[in-house]
Design a protein around this ligand. Sequence first.
Ligand SMILES: Nc1ncnc2c1ncn2[C@@H]1O[C@H](COP(=O)(O)OP(=O)(O)OP(=O)(O)O)[C@@H](O)[C@H]1O
Ligand SMILES: [Mg+2]
Length: 285
Amino acid sequence: MTKKAQTYVVGNFKGGVGKSTTVQMLSFESAYHKKRKTLVIDLDPQGNTSTTLALTAENFGNADLPTEPDGFDNTIWEAVQNENIMDSIYNILPNLDLIPANISFSDFPDYMIEKFPGNKLLQFQYIEKLFEPLKEIYDVIYIDVPPTISTYSNAAMYVAEYVIVILQTQVKSLKGAQNYIDYMNFFIEQYGTDLEVVGIIPFMMQKRDSVDQEIYEAAREIYGDHLLQTVVLNQSRLKRYDGSGITFEINKNGKTEQWDRRAHEVFIKVLEEIDEHRILLTGEE
Ligand SMILES: Nc1ncnc2c1ncn2[C@@H]1O[C@H](COP(=O)(O)OP(=O)(O)OP(=O)(O)O)[C@@H](O)[C@H]1O
Ligand SMILES: [Mg+2]
């Protein structure tokens, strides 16, 4: 039986809102807790997700990976140039693989323009064809992109079926996610592709205070049922994972260390809500 991976891109055209954290955590929960065969494709030359997942591999006893993005011999960039994606797959944990990126991928937009001058659709179709074999191998694919409208984010929109939008719930930036959704709708029309918003995750990076509930309600007015009930609060443990990789530590008494448990619990809930939304959209389990 061939698989047809559900493919998600995590988006927002603002930097530092939690896109990469979401890709890292959802892919971890998908593989570790749900036992789904999961792939992360890093399309961001910053390589943050590649670094965090390589460190995560080390935490779980897989010491074969470089801990700096520059250390990967085969990245998404080699895959694009050689038309061979399979050689750029690295195993992180059981059920979790990574196609890494590093700064060399900065040449990607120029390369694509040279290869397909004046025809963006051909550029996107090239990437779609490159990724095709992956869809037969994995249950789920998460794509991490930089925070700009660019060849990276466009290619991701073209190959993905579902979009997860990050919403920063601050009074001033409540509508921030709307720019992304508006552009997405334009893109769908322009290039005749299918893409559905499968969930909007509220991130409340500020400390919780009395106006939070009001802000959440206001966001609900704007985004309706797309808005998840699970709110991702500020958790310093998530920040720590940037430098330590993801951890899931078991205490002497056999219980998971409480800050790890909190960080994982919230993203397991996010994953489950997104599953529910997807099933409602498609009718498929
Ligand atoms: N809920 C949270 N609590 C605390 N820190 C967080 C939380 N979510 C993300 N962070 C931290 O905020 C920083 C930015 O997050 P992240 O890298 O995920 O954003 P991004 O949207 O991918 O940024 P970029 O646009 O640069 O790709 C990181 O240091 C991350 O660890
Ligand atoms: Mg990022």
